[in-house]
Ligand binder design. Structure first.
Ligand code: XIL
Length: 313
């Protein structure tokens, strides 16, 4: 029972990782587990546009590098998150004239991908570009560049680094439905046209008792298109307060998610969106909900942790 989640996943040819954020790094109890239990790290915020290009043409990777350096010192791989997204986008991007935005987007991608070349396993190139009904989200990129912006983003990323795996990442695409169908059709058409895409990230911000029944089938249909799949931001929230029954449901759900990944060989890894309830994003965004992670706020392992370990075993 001494193997870490990272080691158990490695034995299955997968990674098991955690997101982390810079303000958490002075917490030594936190970094001790972060550095030992996981084989992969995702910077939760500081690779986003607002941090990396706060004003046009001025790039700053200081905070992102703090996390990449830490991961490397612990022998952990790193996923890059994220290059093109409508959130955490500095307001100057909104003011770029339509005729210049494609160039601005390409410059941002080129600079950031080049900067981290050789140090990352994956990039989330485009994040959250679809609405629930499968239509395109009307982001500034969609409105000013048009449908082609996603393909252009992937081409720019590939030109900057031929080796890093390029992912499309989104939420509510874990089960089969209009949104995941739209992503599926996009990946299929990218493959047909030779537009470089290597993977699909399913964020997996899930609710206890509501893991989509079609998760495994959905992972498999993407894999069958010839792309990898990663579960990139896993957490399974509940209505607070925690109870033993809710913890048990959550543990069942975590186990089911891990099993769904393990049965598809192209499901390459799982990342929890931080590992302790002390630093989860959930309570701030979903009022009244929380306790979504495998460790509690005092760093005690919850039933979810043991279910993950058992499923990986
Ligand atoms: C969240 C972070 O966890 C928060 O700290 C931040 O305030 C907002 O962003 N989908 C994503 C992630 O792709 O980048 C988001 O992360 C959660 C939803």
């Amino acid at each position: 029972d001494t193997a870490t989640l990272g080691e158990l996943a490695e034995a299955k040819g997968r990674y098991f990782g955690s997101a982390t954020d810079n303000p958490e790094l002075p917490d030594t109890q936190y970094t001790q587990i972060l550095g030992s239990e996981f084989s992969q790290i995702t910077p939760e915020n500081t690779m986003k546009w607002q941090y990396t290009e706060p004003s046009r043409g001025r790039f700053d990777y200081t905070a992102a590098e703090e996390i990449v350096d830490l991961a490397e010192s612990n022998g952990q791989s790193v996923r890059g998150h994220t290059l093109v997204w409508h959130n955490q986008l500095p307001s100057w991007v909104d003011d770029v004239p339509a005729g210049e935005l494609l160039g601005v987007m390409r410059d941002h991608i080129t600079h950031e991908v080049d900067h981290f070349k050789g140090r990352l396993i994956h990039w989330d190139v485009v994040n959250e570009a679809f609405e629930e009904d499968g239509s395109r989200r009307q982001s500034v990129f969609q409105q000013k560049i048009g449908d082609s912006y996603i393909a252009e983003a992937f081409k720019a990323a590939r030109a900057a680094d031929p080796d890093v795996k390029l992912y499309y990442n989104d939420y509510n695409i874990e089960g089969i439905g209009p949104k995941s169908d739209a992503v599926y059709e996009m990946v299929k058409s990218f493959k047909a046209q030779g537009i470089p895409i290597d993977g699909v990230g399913m964020q997996a911000h899930l609710i206890a008792g509501q893991v989509p029944a079609s998760l495994q089938e959905n992972i498999r249909r993407f894999a069958d298109l010839g792309v990898d799949v990663a579960l990139t931001e896993l957490d399974i929230r509940m209505t607070l307060p925690r109870t033993a029954a809710k913890d048990a449901q959550q543990a069942t759900d975590y186990g089911a998610v891990v099993e769904a990944c393990l049965v598809v060989s192209r499901c390459v890894g799982i990342t929890v969106w931080d590992y302790t309830d002390k630093y989860s994003w959930v309570p701030s965004v979903f009022p009244g909900q929380g306790a979504a992670l495998p460790w509690d706020e005092d760093f005690a392992k919850k039933p979810a942790y043991h279910a993950i370990a058992a499923a990986l075993n």
